[in-house]
Design a protein around this ligand. Structure first.
Ligand SMILES: Nc1ncnc2c1ncn2[C@@H]1O[C@H](COP(=O)(O)OP(=O)(O)O)[C@@H](O)[C@H]1O
Ligand SMILES: [Mg+2]
Length: 310
């Protein structure tokens, strides 16, 4: 399968600062790519280069096979984007806004208005004035607008910024439906990894302009699993740690009256029987798991060269 988007060695220099530094990744049909990083990491600049809003310093971008620099018109005809806040006329209804934008695109877009309204779940409110919409509804109308020309690639720059938890869930459901049913590929940026957990197939972590991780959500979950620890509260934790090390070769950390072990659930019973056999009293057993947010900060702190899944 050919990628919908290929970003190769993309670099942007402002003055003497590399704000995007040799970024490469590909996106396939129906995939949702979560582009995550702290403020100032280079997300918007990358997105602006993909949508042709900012010139590329170095590297290349291909959308559906067309180079953004050499064949911009063809490349951009496959893209729908909401960069920053969607541009809407608040004194008009949602529907009038869509009609106005569709008139710029032509007949095909005009025939699609009803479809895009359904896709973003706005049938009930589309005839109301935009000034009465919540932020989440404005974002959804922005997405509807971006879908008018039937793009293969939808790009959303921090669309969940300022949304309440309900708004975030609605956005997630819409994006998943677009990816699953319409086979649209989506780039969604955010400074909050946890927010994208249930939305994305692939996560790209950017820090100081560099793509420091590029992993499937499955791989990210495995990273969390491999960092899982089992905490045993017991008497004689130092002795218990020594026993476990000798018997299982497992390193453990002693904290107060407990030991922390990198242990799979399936092996807990064996450790418990062994320690009990050795006359250690176990008072409690607890699973300690890193949250996605903690993993995010760990990865940012030990930024290392990008590891590619392709
Ligand atoms: N037009 C510009 N001129 C100079 N520096 C810029 C410009 N646009 C962005 N930057 C700088 O590039 C870096 C990345 O910004 P940006 O891509 O907006 O980050 P993000 O979207 O991840 O928060 C920041 O340090 C920002 O100050
Ligand atoms: Mg930004």
């Amino acid at each position: 399968m050919k990628p919908v988007l290929t970003v190769s060695n993309l670099t942007k220099i402002y003055g003497n600062r590399k704000v995007v530094n040799n970024v490469s990744f590909s996106l396939f049909e129906g995939q949702i790519f979560g582009f995550v990083g702290p403020n100032g990491a280079g997300k918007s600049t990358t997105i602006r280069m993909i949508t042709g809003l900012t010139p590329i310093t170095n590297g290349s971008i291909r959308i559906c096979g067309y180079s953004v620099t050499r064949n911009f018109t063809h490349a951009i005809s496959n893209v729908g984007a909401v960069v920053e806040m969607p541009q809407l006329y608040s004194y008009l209804s949602g529907l009038k806004n869509l009609k106005l934008f569709a008139s710029f695109y032509g007949k095909t877009a005009q025939r699609r208005i009803n479809d895009v309204v359904k896709l973003v779940g706005m049938e009930n409110r589309i005839k109301d004035k935009v000034s009465t919409y919540s932020l989440g509804m404005k974002q959804r109308l922005g997405i509807a607008q971006a879908l008018l020309n039937k793009p293969k690639l939808l790009i959303l720059d921090e669309p969940t910024n300022g949304l309440d938890p309900n708004g975030i869930v609605e956005m997630r459901n819409i994006l998943r439906a677009l990816a699953n049913k319409e086979k649209i590929s989506i780039i969604i940026s955010s400074h909050n990894l946890a927010e994208l957990e249930h939305t994305c197939d692939v996560i790209g972590l950017i820090n100081n302009g560099k793509l420091i991780e590029y992993q499937t959500m499955e791989q990210i979950n495995k990273m969390i699993e491999s960092r899982q620890r089992i905490q045993f509260m017991c008497n004689y934790p130092n002795y218990a740690a020594m026993l476990v090390k000798k018997k299982y070769g497992l390193p453990s950390k002693v904290i107060g009256n407990s030991i922390l072990l990198p242990l799979k659930e399936a092996n807990i019973a064996s450790v418990v029987s062994y320690l009990t056999f050795k006359k250690i009293k176990i008072y409690s057993i607890k699973k300690i798991q890193k949250s996605l947010e903690e993993l995010y900060f760990e990865l940012l702190n030990n930024s290392r060269p990008s590891s590619s899944i392709l």
